[in-house]
Ligand binder design. Structure first.
Ligand code: ADP
Ligand code: ADP
Length: 228
C-alpha cells in the first residue's frame, strides 16, 4: 500500500480579476511509497505548492482524494510535518522552545520536552545552540530549526516546499546533503517541492516532473539511492 496515495486530484481556483476558472491541477495521481524521498519538480505556477498544501491538509481538492497511511486527508495533522521556504519561527522563543513548541501546546512536561527537542536539535546539527534566538542565527541554521520542529512529533511524512531556495549556494549544498542523511537515518517519507533540476537530481530516490499548466504529472524518474 502506498504511504501517500494521490488519486485523480483536480484543483480549480477562481481568478476574480479575470472572472474565470483556473485549473491548477488536472487529474494528478501519484503513489508515494513508505520511505520514498520524492521531488515534485516543475516550472513556477505548475501547481506544486497547491499539491503539497493538499497533502498537508491546508487546502481541499476540488475533486479526488489523498490518503496518508491509509487515512483520508481532511485537515492538518501530526502525522505530517511541514517545512516552508521561510521557517516561521517565533522570534521570542529560543531554538529549544521553537523546536518543542508543539509539545508545550500538548502540555508535555518540561523534562520530556527538553529531551525530545534535544534529540532533533542534535540530528540537524544545532547542538550548542539550544538557548539562542532565531535572530542570532543564520538563514541556514533557522531552517535547521524548522526541520527539527517538523520532525519533533515523529511524523510519517515530511512535506517540504522549496526549503533551501532562500539560502546561499554553499549552505544549500550542505543542507541538501544533510537532508539526505537525515532521511536515511530516520526512514521517514519526504515530499520535496522544487523548480530546480539540479536540486531534484541530488535529493531522494524519485522525481515526479509536472507540466506547466494545467498541472499534470508528466514523467517519473526512479533512482537507486543508498538505503539504510
Ligand atoms: P507552483 O508551486 O508550482 O509554483 P502553485 O501551486 O503556487 O504553483 O500555483 C498553481 C496555479 O494555481 C498558479 O496558476 C497559481 O496562480 C494558482 N493559484 C494558487 N493558489 C491560488 C489561489 N489561492 N487563488 C487563485 N489562484 C491560485
Ligand atoms: P519554560 O519555562 O517555558 O518551560 P524552560 O524552563 O524549558 O522554559 O527553558 C528555560 C530556558 O532555557 C528557555 O529559554 C529555553 O529555550 C532554554 N532551554 C531549553 N532547553 C535548553 C537546552 N537543552 N539547553 C539550553 N537552553 C535550553
Amino acid at each position: 500500500m502506498a504511504e501517500i496515495a494521490i488519486r485523480s486530484i483536480v484543483k480549480t481556483f477562481t481568478d476574480r480579476t479575470r472572472g474565470r476558472e483556473i485549473t491548477a491541477l488536472d487529474t494528478v495521481s501519484l503513489n508515494i511509497g513508505d520511505h520514498d524521498f520524492v521531488c515534485l519538480l516543475g516550472p513556477s505556477g505548475c501547481g506544486k505548492s497547491t499539491l503539497l498544501n493538499m497533502i498537508a491538509g491546508f487546502e481541499a481538492p476540488s475533486s479526488g482524494r489523498i490518503e496518508v497511511g491509509g487515512t483520508l486527508v481532511e485537515k492538518p495533522g501530526a502525522d505530517r510535518g511541514v517545512v516552508f521556504q521561510q521557517p516561521t519561527l517565533m522570534p521570542w522563543l529560543t531554538v529549544a522552545d521553537n523546536v518543542a513548541f508543539h509539545l508545550k501546546l500538548k502540555g508535555v512536561g518540561r523534562t520530556e520536552r527538553r529531551a525530545r527537542a534535544q534529540h532533533f536539535i542534535d540530528l540537524v546539527g544545532l547542538t550548542g545552540f539550544e538557548g539562542h534566538y532565531p535572530s542570532e542565527l543564520s538563514g541556514g541554521m533557522n531552517q535547521r530549526v524548522g526541520i527539527a520542529r517538523a520532525l519533533l512529533m515523529n511524523p510519517r511524512v515530511i512535506l517540504m516546499d522549496e526549503p533551501f531556495a532562500a539560502l546561499d549556494a554553499q549552505t544549500k549544498l550542505e543542507m541538501q546533503e544533510e537532508l539526505v542523511a537525515i532521511w536515511q537515518r530516520i526512514r521517514c517519507t519526504i515530499v520535496f517541492v522544487t523548480h530546480s533540476v539540479d536540486e531534484a537530481l541530488v535529493l531522494g530516490n524519485r522525481i515526479a516532473v509536472m507540466t506547466r499548466r494545467p498541472g499534470r504529472i508528466r514523467d517519473y524518474f526512479d533512482f537507486d539511492m543508498p538505503r539504510p
